[in-house]
Design a protein around this ligand. Structure first.
Ligand code: PLP
Length: 443
């Protein structure tokens, strides 16, 4: 029995209020991982489970990579904590420099937080501060998109577009509006990669500009690929059109790349993959391979420079976290970048993408499959919902997949897949083959 399990016997499961979880039913039949290595988790009862979701879209280089483990271990014994408010430590600067070297050209500066949610709220505040610093204090409105997910802090929930995440909490922020989502099942079902139809949906931003006036709008935030809510791949030309409209109206475009950054699509960032340059990029998750919490906001030089005004002794941005640039997180991020670069993982998904696409789309025609979507090393299978029980069909398949030894993610009536970027073709066959058996076997 693992150490983690033996200590659990003396506790019970009640105290931990689990996030985004049906606490009561989970605690009746818990699913617990106690170890992980490479492509696999080990459960508390000793079963190996192939990780089809990179943990929660974060373990891009595979689990417990020795180089990353060692870097964290070493850092913990050398410098456990040093703040970055009016103080510093070398790893934070080294980490930021490494990251801007990987980022798309022009993204010269990085602000650190501890999660995707903090990266998003930091990005929104930076966008507001940027306009104010340039004398455009009236630009305060933030535009998200229906079905978008930008984390669970107040700003991210407000610009997010998932009804279930919002309705329990009220409006949260004033001055927020949303673009229409880009999903068009009738015209685009079973698209391979980017759907053909829907670039014109970007013009919805013009509608909001007409309604509110550009002089009131600070920023638009979108996920280049909306992953958490069920994998919506942007229609061809959509992001280009959105960027053009933003530029025309001096509205900052924020790409939330918490999932897509660091190789998920086959390029270092989705901005590289789509050839579209936003003004701000948020990232987290794969930044440290999931091993230490960290988020990072990348900004272009013009944005940073807009804040660098007034006396040199003045603080330019009144924002930050105790753990911004935490030594352990920086050590983990540097080691992660070493691994990703040494093994070509920032672009490996591009080599696997067409094989992946074929295999994911081989599930067409299985019971209740309504749509299949893919891009890079991401896949999604959407099911016809059961009347009056939305989400139940995908959840049942998630449970059966776990029983058969693969971890997939259920979101709404979608099963999402995003395996570690180290996956082999044989492992892709195993993952999709097992999922196919699951889809055949569950009613
Ligand atoms: N933004 C996007 C696009 C995400 O997918 C997520 C998490 O899934 C977040 C933000 C929030 O990240 P975190 O859970 O690290 O706060």
């Amino acid at each position: 029995m693992s150490n983690a399990m033996s200590s659990l016997q003396t506790n019970d499961l009640d105290a931990f209020w689990m996030p985004f979880t049906a606490n009561r039913s989970f605690k009746q039949a818990p699913r617990l991982f106690v170890e992980a290595s490479g492509m696999y988790y080990t459960t508390a009862d000793g079963r190996r489970v192939m990780d089809g979701t990179s943990g929660l879209w974060c373990v891009n280089a595979g689990h417990c990579r020795p180089e990353i483990v060692e870097a964290i271990r070493k850092q913990a014994g050398e410098l456990d904590f040093a703040g970055t408010f009016q103080m510093g430590h070398p790893k934070a600067f080294e980490c930021a420099s490494r990251l801007v070297n990987i980022a798309p050209p022009g993204f010269d500066h990085v602000f650190f937080g501890n999660s995707g949610s903090e990266a998003v709220d930091s990005a929104l505040k930076i966008a507001l501060g940027y306009h104010r610093a340039r004398g455009n204090g009236g630009k305060t409105r933030l535009i998200g998109r229906e079905r978008g997910y930008h984390g669970s802090n107040v700003g991210g929930t407000a610009v997010g577009g998932i009804g279930a995440n919002r309705k329990m909490f009220g409006p949260l922020l004033a001055g927020v509006d949303h673009l229409r989502h880009t999903h068009d099942h009738d015209r685009n079902a079973f698209s391979r990669g980017q759907p053909v139809h829907g670039a014109d949906l970007a013009d919805d931003l013009e509608r909001l500009i007409t309604l509110h006036d550009a002089s009131t709008i600070a920023a638009v935030i979108v996920e280049p690929v909306a992953c958490s809510v069920g994998v919506y791949v942007p229609p061809q030309g959509y992001l280009q059109r959105l960027a053009a409209i933003c530029a025309k109206h001096d509205i900052l475009l924020i790409f939330d790349e918490v999932i897509t950054a660091f190789g998920r699509l086959g390029a270092p960032f989705a901005a590289d993959y789509f050839g579209v340059t936003p003004d701000i990029i948020t990232s987290a998750k794969g930044l440290t391979n999931g091993a230490v919490p960290m988020g990072a906001v990348f900004v272009r030089g013009e944005i940073y420079d807009a804040f660098m005004q007034g006396p040199e002794s003045a603080i330019e941005l009144f924002h930050g976290y105790t753990y911004s640039g935490h030594p352990l997180a920086c050590a983990a991020a540097i080691a992660t970048m070493d691994v990703l670069q040494a093994e070509g993982l920032l672009t490996r998904a591009s080599e696997l993408a067409s094989y992946w696409e074929e295999r994911v789309h081989s599930l067409v025609g299985l019971p209740h499959v309504l749509d299949i979507r893919n891009i890079g090393l991401i896949g999604a299978i959407e099911f016809e919902p059961i009347a009056d029980a939305p989400g139940r069909r995908a959840h049942a398949r998630f449970l059966e997949a776990f029983r058969r030894g693969i971890l997939v993610r259920a979101t709404g009536d979608v099963i999402a897949l995003a395996p570690p970027l180290i996956i082999s073709k044989d492992e892709i066959d195993h993952l999709i083959g097992t999922l196919g058996e699951v889809l055949q076997s569950v009613a």
